[in-house]
Design a protein around this ligand. Sequence first.
Ligand SMILES: NC(=O)c1ccc[n+]([C@@H]2O[C@H](COP(=O)([O-])OP(=O)(O)OC[C@H]3O[C@@H](n4cnc5c(N)ncnc54)[C@H](OP(=O)(O)O)[C@@H]3O)[C@@H](O)[C@H]2O)c1
Length: 306
Amino acid sequence: MREHSSVQKVMLITGGNRGLGLAAARKLAERGYRVILTARNVTAGEAAVAAIRQCAPGATVETMQLDLASFASIRQFVEAFHAQGLPLHGLINNAGLMVVEKQPKFTADGFELTFGINHLGHFLLTHLLLPDLLRSAPARLVVVSSQTHMAGIGNGPPVDFDYDNLRAEKYYQPEVFYKNSKLANLWFTYELQRRLAGSEVTANAVCPGYVPATIAEHIPNPVGRWIFKNIVTRFADTRTVEQGADSLVFVAADPSLEGIGGKFSTDGRLISSSPDSYDEAKAKRLWEYSCNACGIEHFGAPSGVV
Ligand SMILES: NC(=O)c1ccc[n+]([C@@H]2O[C@H](COP(=O)([O-])OP(=O)(O)OC[C@H]3O[C@@H](n4cnc5c(N)ncnc54)[C@H](OP(=O)(O)O)[C@@H]3O)[C@@H](O)[C@H]2O)c1
């Protein structure tokens, strides 16, 4: 279904070169959006654009380079985006990392990689692009989180958000750090929505469901990868890449969510996130920590919007 509008809406999606980001970028391009998909690898971004154009001839889609593990790269990306003079009607913070190695890795700025990419990099990106969203409003921010931040969901130990261990000072467990980053995504979304009250920009979070087809690509062992791709994908609680991407597209573009913010969604419906994710004091603390970490004085500057 194509959007019927005289102005072509611009949608930016991070990590659009593969997986759920690529499928969501294609679906949005098919609906008539001008899609900018970011990739940290330029060749991978160009291949994704070619793949979308093959499925959807006439689609308006382009790629731009962005490495969310580097504040300098994020700032360069935003400068390059601004140089195009485009409006921005939607920003989908989709890129995500779950480290498989048992040793922690760090961003260019010294933060643990999972938290650095999944939360902090997107926090800075949103800060720099918020004036664009406000100028182009109505506009939407979509944060791709995960239900694994909730007790009893996902592999490994539960979420353990500890400011004294954000850089793995005490211990490192990849699943825990992933879950922590996805809880941070929710605190960020809900706090931003509170700060955006009265504006026409909304912030919502989404979980694509459990999509083993994209996780399989990260399994180094070929046998394990094959099992994941061909057997685990048939489990009842799983979603295909297409279904997972539909969850993202629903939050980014469905007319029923016009003007609605501060929600969590999966499978095209609104759901509750963990009780902890609604803790306003914890959200505020993360906000202050993140501003400090990213060197932000007023979020949404230069006008100090929120
Ligand atoms: N798959 C699931 O079951 C599932 C469940 C819940 C939530 N999610 C969330 O859904 C989102 C998409 O996941 P996916 O399953 O599609 O994973 P994916 O196939 O691994 O795609 C992840 C994307 O993030 C990009 N990325 C990684 N590190 C980056 C960096 N430093 N800078 C910029 N981009 C970077 C990747 O780029 P490269 O190609 O260069 O690595 C890739 O484009 C993530 O936020 C994930 O946490 C997934």
